[in-house]
Design a protein around this ligand. Structure first.
Ligand SMILES: Nc1ncnc2c1ncn2[C@@H]1O[C@H](COP(=O)(O)OP(=O)(O)OP(=O)(O)O)[C@@H](O)[C@H]1O
Ligand SMILES: [Mg+2]
Length: 305
């Protein structure tokens, strides 16, 4: 991972974005398959999908970086489908890009590869009309270009696009993977972490590495030592003692006390979404049959409006 010589103000999610496939934490099976396909010059059109902050964009960028090195300007076109520019602009850009031959056929790393890459990030934001047009574009330029579609929800893509791509599902990163990345950044940035702070950050990030790094950077700016409290203050999640006390109220006291407790938290600036998520997680962690958990969740939901 190249972190030297970069502007100190760079957000850590960019500063620590994997430069090569080796830098990618977790997803070893996906990385190995993509690497194999690339090495065999059999890279298909790709569809990478899964929740936010799990490394989809990073994997595809690292792949392009490894394939083309500093030739990537000529061999890589990155488009964001959320841009409000319409499929015609996308078509024109792809046409110009895919049609510009020669530049990458002459030089070093890029020379080895017979095709260029088009990355279409956030592809699930395209309308179905645009997707139909994209399907045609993919067919038209398949001889020189491989398309890498990246999105959160594969089911928002039309079947005709899905079936043209090899799909890779990115799961939320597991806790040890998040912990190892946090530890890497802590050491690079010479941070001091309070007891339990790394574990709390990893658990709060729920497998979203971007979230973990953003929270860590924000927390590190608040105080010289990053503690559990600074982390909870940055994320807006309920600190464990506050969540525990709310749980006791909802379980043991009358409806009015429960409503007052929830309203009190809203007045202190906690978001209902976070309260629901934290409470829900505690309920799911209870040692009781699933049907009892479902009942508790239903009862708790009466307070969340
Ligand atoms: N598997 C990973 N290994 C190492 N770093 C990661 C990984 N996943 C995410 N990150 C970190 O989080 C940042 C954001 O990741 P990335 O942009 O690849 O997420 P994404 O899956 O494309 O999310 P989104 O769906 O929101 O676009 C990266 O710059 C990197 O710092
Ligand atoms: Mg992305």
């Amino acid at each position: 991972m190249e972190v030297d010589g970069q502007a100190p103000s760079l957000p850590w999610i960019e500063k620590y974005r994997p430069q090569t496939l080796d830098d990618v934490v977790s997803h070893q099976d996906i990385v190995a398959t993509i690497r194999r396909l690339r090495d065999a010059e059999k890279l298909p059109h790709l569809l990478l999908f899964g929740p936010a902050g799990t490394g989809k964009t990073s994997v595809i960028k690292a792949l392009a970086h490894e394939m083309y090195g500093d030739q990537s300007a000529a061999c890589l076109l990155e488009l964001n489908a959320s841009d409000d520019r319409g499929i015609d602009v996308v078509r024109d850009q792809i046409k110009t890009f895919a049609g510009s031959r020669g530049i990458f056929q002459s030089v070093s790393t890029a020379d080895k590869h017979q095709y260029k890459l088009v990355i279409l990030d956030e592809a699930d934001n395209m309308t179905s009309t645009a997707q139909m047009a994209l399907r045609r574009i993919i067919e038209q330029y398949s001889n020189t270009t491989r398309f890498c579609l990246v999105c959160n929800f594969a089911n928002r893509l039309i079947p005709a696009i899905r079936s043209r791509c090899t799909k890779f599902r990115f799961r939320p990163l597991d806790t040890p993977a998040v912990v190892s990345m946090i530890n890497r950044v802590v050491s690079e940035e010479s941070l001091t972490m309070g007891p339990g702070a790394v574990a709390a950050l990893a658990s709060l990030s729920r497998g979203d590495m971007r979230h973990a790094l953003n929270v860590l950077q924000a927390a590190s700016m608040q105080a010289s030592e990053v503690t559990i409290d600074t982390i909870y203050a940055v994320t807006g999640n309920l600190p464990p003692d506050v969540a525990a006390s709310l749980e006791v109220t909802l379980f043991n006291q009358d409806y009015g006390s429960g409503v007052r407790a929830v309203n009190g938290l809203l007045e202190r600036g906690y978001a209902l979404r976070d309260i629901c998520a934290d409470l829900g997680e505690r309920v799911m962690g209870l040692k009781c049959p699933p049907i009892a958990k479902a009942h508790v969740l239903k009862e708790h939901s009466l307070y969340m409006y």
